[in-house]
Design a protein around this ligand. Sequence first.
Ligand code: NAD
Length: 357
Amino acid sequence: MPKVALITGGAGFIGCQVAKRLLAAGLEVVVFDNLHPQVHVGSGLPASLPKAVRFVAGDVTLPANWQTLLKLTRPDVVVHLAAETGTGQSLTEASRHAGVNVLGTAQLLDAMSAAKHVPERFVLASSRAVYGDGAWQDERGVRFYPAGRTRAALEAKQWDPPAPGGGLARPVAASAADTTPNPISVYAATKLTQEQVLAAWCRAFGSALNVLRLQNVYGPGQAVGNPYTGVLTYFATRAVAGQGLEVFEDGQIVRDFVFIDDVADALTAAALGSTSGCQTVDIGSGAPTTILEVAKTMARLAGSPAPVVSGKFRDGDVRAASCTIAAAGALLGYSPKVPLDVGLAKLLDGVRTTLAK
Ligand SMILES: NC(=O)c1ccc[n+]([C@@H]2O[C@H](COP(=O)([O-])OP(=O)(O)OC[C@H]3O[C@@H](n4cnc5c(N)ncnc54)[C@H](O)[C@@H]3O)[C@@H](O)[C@H]2O)c1
């Protein structure tokens, strides 16, 4: 009998790619997803969802939907992706984000308990957002955690958080082993809570848990019409239309953009793994870049106008996010393969194809 993998949110950007890989590895794959209208335009399943999956429509927050699902299948592995993902949106729609991300995770676990079923393994797609502004270091290399950038500082164009003793500060790449989480959005708080809720249950009942804190995932397949997620998909939509790209602050916001295939490989390796206990690792490209650099590369590839640095800012944006990937290499054999310019070209092709339909 093949093992059964359940992917919650499996009809989404990341889920479709994980489903494809788990099927290729010989697993039976069940996708549980409510086809959220903010993510899925029109009716019907996304074209990128493999036909061989068993699709069950349902909402992770509804016990009755879980009951129906667990009558159909008893998964060996659960890859938990279903989530509300709008970081900015989460500050004004806190209950919606907490409802799906926190209560939805708790409903998942209660449903397993009610069905007297303990999966061997859970894999959670968590987020780099849990680190908030993350750790920084001053000119002497002393690490500190910024208190957050105030609106007054941003209006005065003081983009980097100040070092406590004065002087310049530099961001430190996050690592689950030694960077303290410090969520600064409701979304981030719900992702950290998902980690903790799952870890408590798995510890109590003996399931293995791999938490993967994903940096900014990009690539073809991310919802083009969803204004709340994916800066590169937004940039690509403008660039293929020959429009300019507006870059906030001084252009030097740092992100680690990791291509969808590399992320799907990491989640698949975690789902197929044989580790026990609970491990948390970071998944990124390991090669952080500034938004200005990525916008310039995108404009060059698309033949669109050069980006403009506007000096505008958004409340709640962190200045820098990147991570170390050595722990994921050791745990999952993770080694990202897609360089940024190659990934951006694929994203542009994907967006062109989507918009031509
Ligand atoms: N894309 C990124 O850059 C990124 C970065 C860090 C973490 N993550 C995490 O990865 C996971 C997947 O993200 P994605 O980029 O594929 O997002 P996505 O929005 O493309 O996919 C999420 C899927 O979950 C489904 N869903 C939403 N609410 C649901 C509910 N109540 N019940 C059942 N299904 C529901 C949606 O219909 C969608 O198919 C999320 O947990 C997200 O927090 C993503």
